[in-house]
Design a protein around this ligand. Structure first.
Ligand SMILES: [Cu+2]
Length: 135
């Protein structure tokens, strides 16, 4: 009986944790400047999840950003969280949602691997590794 319970708990835990991250990458940039980190969040669960915090050791500030358009000009701004809907994929990509790395404390050269820690309400903490490329 105990074993059966353990198996059931294991299955239900697995069932709640169907959030995966794909296609992580970041853009080459120089120390003292800014860059962005991109990835896809694949939510195969029937429940939404929320990205509410991001951290990086390569930049002074790490923020979740969205882009917007005013009078034909593109701008971007910090947002506090992003909801990843059930059974959907959310794309962080250039000229759209991205993770902003502000004030790099070192150069990011092509093929460098940059770590980004992301926090989801349900899936918890995940450490992402993105390879740097020029575009
Ligand atoms: Cu930005």
């Amino acid at each position: 009986m105990k074993i059966l319970l353990a198996i059931l708990l294991f299955i239900s835990f697995q069932g709640d944790n169907k959030l995966t991250i794909e296609k992580t990458w970041t853009r080459v940039s120089a120390e003292g400047t800014n860059t962005a980190f991109f990835f896809d969040v694949v939510n195969n669960s029937d429940k939404p999840d929320t990205l509410y915090n991001v951290e990086s050791t390569v930049a002074e500030l790490t923020e979740i950003h969205e882009t917007y358009k005013v009078d034909g000009k593109m701008g971007m701004r910090k947002i506090p969280f992003i909801v990843i809907h059930a059974n959907s994929t959310f794309n962080f990509k250039p000229r759209s949602y991205h993770i902003m790395l502000i004030g790099l404390n070192k150069d990011i050269n092509a093929n460098d691997v940059v770590e980004l820690t992301v926090y989801f309400k349900k899936a918890g903490k995940m450490i992402l590794k993105g390879t740097a490329k020029t575009m």
